[in-house]
Write a protein that binds this ligand. Structure first.
Ligand code: GRF
Length: 203
């Protein structure tokens, strides 16, 4: 399978996926990495791995529709079986999401349906939660609302702050996201009727 990864920043999830592909633990070709920000360190990670690194700067486009159309056209030229959102920090139009429906994965740093959107770690702290975590889900037009594939919990400690909590979550992200991409690339994971299925069973 061909996969394309979309990023906006550091790209630690991208790196984990690259590492799994290089180790033969994901049977896929990373066809390209696309960032909406020119300064995203993840672009360098892609180049270092010999992967095509593309910047499509959203600031060069008049509106979300034209930007997402450019993204879609670029991605389509790589014929992706799967588009992996790995810290891509922009809301996508429903046209884009529907075009890649069933092929579009995202990782979100909260135990969905809790804390959709931004600043999830601080919100978990502010609410006095004693656990927090991450979710990997199929993307549907509802923001952070698509069917959940897997979640991973981490504890929240008494003296925590948002940075420490984010690090604890990201450490788990680096093993969970490649696993899900592996499931997808080996044909085990599908989306059907707005449900995530693994080996034909609803998750
Ligand atoms: C991750 O915490 C992910 O859950 C969120 O953005 C962050 C991306 O980190 N959507 P990185 O760019 O993969 O290091």
């Amino acid at each position: 399978p061909n996969i394309c990864v979309m990023i906006s920043g550091n790209g630690s999830n991208l790196q984990a996926i690259i590492d799994w592909v290089e180790a033969g633990k994901i049977n896929a070709n990373i066809a390209c990495v696309i960032s909406n920000r020119p300064d995203a360190y993840g672009l360098e990670r892609a180049r270092n791995a010999g992967i095509e690194a593309i910047c499509l700067d959203h600031k060069q486009y008049d509106d979300r529709e034209s930007y997402d159309q450019a993204l879609l056209t670029t991605l389509d030229s790589y014929q992706p079986d799967c588009v992996v959102l790995a810290g891509f920090m922009r809301i996508l139009t429903s046209e884009f999401v529907e075009h890649f429906s069933g092929r579009l994965l995202n990782i979100h740093p909260s135990l969905l349906p809790k804390y959709k959107g931004l600043n999830t770690h601080q919100r978990a702290l502010d609410n006095g939660d004693d656990e927090h975590g991450l979710s990997v889900h199929f993307v549907t037009p509802e923001l952070d609302g698509g069917p959940v594939i897997i979640q991973c919990k981490v504890p929240v400690f008494e003296d925590d702050n948002a940075d420490a909590l984010a690090q604890r979550v990201q450490e788990q992200e680096r093993s969970i996201y490649p696993l899900v991409v592996h499931w997808y690339c080996s044909g085990r994971l599908k989306m059907n009727n707005n449900k995530a299925l693994l080996d034909g069973k609803v998750l």
